[in-house]
Design a protein around this ligand. Structure first.
Ligand SMILES: [Zn+2]
Ligand SMILES: [Zn+2]
Ligand SMILES: [Zn+2]
Length: 117
């Protein structure tokens, strides 16, 4: 599965991973593939991204150790991701309903300097 991601140019959906592996491993179920994706994500090998058309996975940006908390700048044109060390969470003033935060997601979508020109 890791090789599939290494060969992929950008993001892969769970379905694409499944289709890619199915040809090499017969009898593989979609559930197994999905479970493996979750495990790899928890290990920090893969990172999960939410797009309008669904959840996609790709190899993590590996700038620091696996569990280092970071966010992403995501280029909509070339699919590149840039790690963002800044976390806006401490700056979120007051949450309604005394909501207690356990985890959060914060991704910025746009165009990198190469694509913006
Ligand atoms: Zn990352
Ligand atoms: Zn770009
Ligand atoms: Zn954060």
């Amino acid at each position: 599965m890791a090789r599939l991601f290494a060969e992929a140019p950008g993001y892969l959906t769970a379905k694409e991973v499944y289709e890619g592996l199915e040809s090499r491993h017969s009898g593989l179920s979609f559930d197994t593939v999905y479970r493996n994706l979750r495990v790899l994500e928890e290990l920090g090998v893969l990172e999960q991204f939410h797009f309008e058309d669904g959840i996609k996975f790709r190899i993590g940006c590996f700038t620091h150790n696996h569990n280092h908390h970071h966010h992403h700048l995501i280029c909509l044109s070339c699919d590149r991701i840039y790690p963002l060390e800044f976390c806006p969470m401490p700056y979120v003033a007051e949450l309604p309903d005394h909501f207690r935060v356990v985890r959060h997601k914060f991704e910025i979508y746009g165009y990198c300097s190469e694509c913006a020109t």
